[in-house]
Design a binder for this molecule. Structure first.
Ligand SMILES: [Zn+2]
Ligand SMILES: [Zn+2]
Length: 334
């Protein structure tokens, strides 16, 4: 059952803004409808050693399995497909967050996201960073997030490996075990920026923690990075005034890249390559909430009345209490 804004708020809310965000799930291929006959045959093979486990233990094992392994297991034969499909959490994911599962498999983050982690995020209502209602999942680390955090917060901006190394004082081999993804070529962000080839991107927060761990502290990491950047700039500037033996200027090297290139925020396609819009599944009521927008905030771009904030019933009650009831399309504070 899908929740809608309660009738008492009719005319004060809307479920869509007139803009498309172009997230990862907008760039996944359309698989069409599966053939109806595909699951009607009885299994002819078993699940091997898994058959000796009591069903409760087997369910718990599958629940905690990473999504890539679970997907491979499901493809072994009809018996394993039946075991995975019967898992209640997997069934919830297929029903309400199949776009997130497909996104995770497409960008290659299924090895470190378990079925349990994705189901927990599906059943989490609020953004893990700001506690507003979160209408999206960040599929590099499976966090529930809101639009403002995914477009503004550094933690949710995946980085190219060269940028992560430069920014956090790391070498390439330090990134090997960190959560990373391959981009799916396509069109991303409300500004419709194209990504033409599959590039590797690393999770910002894990790279930052790896840098702090390597250098011993945040201060030591920042000092190492700023000193290294200063040395590179110094070498670059010295090169500009060098002359060869015939007195001609030496060909200039490329200027060292900035530690923080222009972000672009909601216009930065890298902020949308690991994002899927996923509703909140309320475990208790089994209702699904996609969130809705406030009609009184349509023209505001400042929190707590930003036009991009999604609400569920409880957060909308709080919003009206804090910002005032809505009259003639605006909040009234009197
Ligand atoms: Zn947020
Ligand atoms: Zn409002």
């Amino acid at each position: 059952m899908t929740a809608t804004p309660p009738a008492r708020w009719e005319g004060l809310t809307c479920t869509q803004r007139r803009i498309k965000d172009f997230t990862l799930d907008d760039n996944l291929p359309d698989l069409g409808t599966p053939p109806e006959t595909s699951r009607r045959h009885e299994p002819v093979a078993g699940a091997g050693a898994l058959e000796v486990l009591p069903i409760e233990i087997l369910d718990e094992v599958l629940h905690q399995l990473d999504l890539r392994s679970l997907t491979y297991l499901r493809l072994v034969n009809r018996r394993t497909m039946g075991l995975v499909d019967a898992l209640p959490q997997y069934s919830d994911i297929i029903r309400h967050a199949s776009n997130a599962l497909r996104g995770i498999l497409a960008i290659g983050t299924g090895s470190w996201i378990s079925c349990k982690a994705l189901h927990t995020s599906l059943c989490t209502a609020r953004c893990e960073l700001c506690r507003d209602f979160g209408g999206f999942l960040y599929l590099l680390t499976c966090k529930r997030v809101c639009f403002l955090c995914l477009s503004l917060n550094d933690v949710l901006l995946p980085l190219p490996p060269s940028h992560a190394c430069r920014k956090f004082g790391l070498k390439r081999h330090h990134l090997a075990d960190l959560p990373q993804m391959k981009t799916v070529p396509g069109t991303y962000s409300p500004n419709r920026k194209n990504i033409l080839r599959p590039d590797t991107l690393v999770d910002h927060e894990h790279a930052r923690l790896a840098g702090i761990n390597l250098h011993g502290s945040l201060a030591a990491m920042e000092q190492y990075v700023s000193q290294k950047q200063a040395r590179m700039l110094e070498a670059y500037n010295a090169r500009q005034t060098e002359r060869d033996s015939s007195g001609r200027p030496v060909r200039a090297r490329r200027r060292p890249p900035a530690l923080d290139p222009l972000d672009g925020q909601s216009g930065n396609p890298h902020r949308f390559v690991a994002i899927a819009r996923v509703p909140w599944l309320d475990r208790a009521s089994r209702r699904v909430e996609r969130g809705f927008y406030c009609g009184g905030c349509e023209k505001s771009s400042r929190k707590p009345c930003h036009w991009r904030i999604l609400f569920a019933a409880d957060t909308f009650e709080e919003h009206l209490a804090n910002c005032g009831e809505i009259k003639d399309g605006k909040h009234c504070t009197t």
